[in-house]
Design a protein. Structure first.
Length: 226
């Protein structure tokens, strides 16, 4: 049987407030931009990679993200509500996936979304491959585990999307349901019940919050003792 269709959603719509400038364009020691490194690694493993960005002046995705996507065979998607927070960006991506045609003989429905962060360029391709294989085997939520910590990216099967979007929450529930503002999926799923893939890849735990992180993050040694 063919492998389940997985689309990578790279969350790249943040304002980079702590970084001080557009971190996506910051250069790694190898000369690549942070966003280019993330997109290139995910394209090594997955056929479909979407980069979710803020809209540009005319409503289209910004030119930098578009150029990166064109160079690596990815799709650049403008999210109108991205300025409201990461939760809105992810929700927009999931709703677009739900709206895709599927079920025909030539087009399989999307079975899972791998949610990746644009400021985590040190995740290795072999880690992504292992996450994909575990999802293919189980069809469950899959997360990487490095040492004692759960990391990113995380693979979310289609079955959990309604809970994330608030579509499976009773109308009588008090307060906002689903992905909102900067609330991502972290507080909405029981991660202890997920399939955990143990890796020695410290990249699943490292993000780039400051320019100093870019100088040191790719030099981290692998963890031992797994």
């Amino acid at each position: 049987m063919p492998a389940p269709r997985v689309v990578v959603l790279v969350l790249a719509a943040g304002a980079s407030t702590r970084f001080g400038s557009d971190k996506r364009q910051a250069l790694l020691p190898d000369g690549r931009s942070l966003l280019e490194a993330v997109v290139a690694t995910h394209r090594e493993v997955f056929d479909e990679v979407w980069v979710l960005t803020r809209p540009g002046p005319a409503g289209e995705a910004d030119a930098f993200a578009q150029a990166v996507c064109e160079a690596h065979g990815a799709r650049c998607v403008s999210c109108a509500d991205a300025a409201l927070g990461q939760g809105h960006t992810l929700a927009a991506g999931l709703r677009m996936l739900l709206a895709l045609p599927g079920g025909a003989a030539s087009v399989a429905p999307v079975a899972g979304a791998l949610v990746a962060l644009a400021d985590m360029p040190w995740v290795r391709a072999d880690t992504l491959q292992r996450l994909s294989e575990r999802f293919e085997a189980t069809g469950r939520v899959v997360v990487p585990r490095c040492g004692d910590a759960l990391g990113h990216p995380r693979l979310l099967p289609r079955a959990v999307w309604p809970a994330l979007l608030g579509d499976a929450v009773p109308a009588s529930t008090q307060g906002p349901a689903g992905l909102r503002g900067d609330r991502g999926a972290q507080a909405l799923l029981d991660w202890s019940a997920a399939e955990q893939v143990e890796v020695d890849d410290t990249g699943v735990l490292r993000d780039a919050d400051t320019p100093a992180d870019l100088r040191h993050g790719d030099l981290l040694p692998p963890l031992t003792g797994h």
